[in-house]
Design a protein around this ligand. Structure first.
Ligand code: SF4
Length: 317
């Protein structure tokens, strides 16, 4: 196994909403992401996947647990070391409309990180901006324009150039194509895949449905109500989903090839319960077609059921 670039151990992120109530957005998650890997993270809205992404890049402080980057616990870093890690870990947001300052020219948006980290000045700064625009499929003259003059796909390219400007090693792509037209989604995914090779990047790619991450992810984690339900290689997860939640998510994906074996559609009852008061035992039990009495009594153990294929479900305990 190649070395881990990122490891999280027992990570929790709770948001307090009253004196004695909190939203358990991320609740005791452990995982590692290897150097050069694309790790897909999937879950419905409210599953905690974006909170996990923001917490690992340091936009939010964890409530508990460790974030280990390049073998070092980020909590142990001094200010200077933290600034280097902050530069190496970048995030691309879902909404390219909201994440770009409308009053700034695109060149200055892209150069924000270059300026903040003092990476280049004057002519060199300008050349870097042009080079970054070129790498994401835009042209130098776009540097003078404002973000509202661009289409959604182009704005996402600007967001990607901004992230690349500080020479990152690890990028959290937080639903980077969800707000784009279907016709443009593939272009942005292809760009991210190409950049992974040319820039030597590692990705945590967050999406709300499995079909979006299938082709680009080496491994996939499935989250539900703040917990990881299943984690496996992309191939294994699609060939043999173990957790009833993953099985339901997969059954909802339309099969394009009429010769391919069709999965029986599993319709989940109701919406996910509130993460303020998650169900006892297994968090998925209120919607699980296989729920048994033990499922409300005890939380299933996170277990390696097949080689490198993990899940938490009493069907396998
Ligand atoms: Fe369903 Fe029980 Fe497994 Fe949870 S532990 S997924 S309720 S069978």
């Amino acid at each position: 196994m190649s070395e881990s670039l990122l490891q999280v151990e027992g990570l929790k992120k709770y948001f307090s909403i009253s004196k004695d109530q909190s939203v358990k957005s991320v609740d005791d998650i452990s995982l590692f992401i290897k150097k050069g890997e694309t790790f897909g993270l999937v879950g419905e809205s409210g599953s905690g996947k974006s909170t996990l992404g923001k917490t690992v890049v340091g936009l939010q402080a964890p409530t508990e647990g460790k974030i280990i980057y390049n073998g070092v616990d980020v909590a142990s870093l001094n200010k200077k070391e933290k600034s280097i890690v902050n530069r190496e870990m970048q995030i691309i947001f879902q909404d390219p409309y909201a994440s770009l300052n409308p009053r700034m020219r695109v060149g200055d948006i892209i150069a924000e990180g270059i300026d903040a980290h003092g990476l280049a000045k004057g002519k060199e700064r300008q050349e870097r901006i042009y080079d970054l625009l070129d790498r994401v499929g835009l042209v130098p003259e776009h540097a003078k324009r404002y973000s509202h003059e661009f289409s959604g796909g182009q704005r996402q390219r600007i967001g990607i150039a901004r992230a690349l400007a500080v020479q990152p090693k690890f990028i959290v792509a937080d639903e980077p194509i969800a707000a784009l037209d279907v016709s443009i989604q593939a272009q942005v995914v292809n760009l991210l895949e190409d950049l992974k090779e040319t820039e030597g990047l590692t990705y945590l790619f967050i999406a709300h449905d499995l079909s979006m991450v299938k082709h680009i992810s080496d491994r996939i984690g499935v989250m539900y109500l703040g917990k990881m339900m299943e984690l496996a290689s992309s191939d294994d997860l699609f060939a043999e989903p173990l957790h009833p939640y993953t099985q339901a998510l997969l059954s909802a994906i339309p099969v394009a090839d009429p010769r391919a074996k069709k999965r029986e559609r599993i319709v989940l009852a109701g919406d996910p319960p509130s993460p303020v008061n998650p169900p006892s035992g297994c968090r998925f039990r209120t919607r699980c077609p296989h729920a048994m009495s033990i499922c409300s009594e005890a939380a299933p153990v996170w277990k390696e059921v097949r080689s490198n294929h993990w899940t938490a479900c009493h069907l396998y305990n």
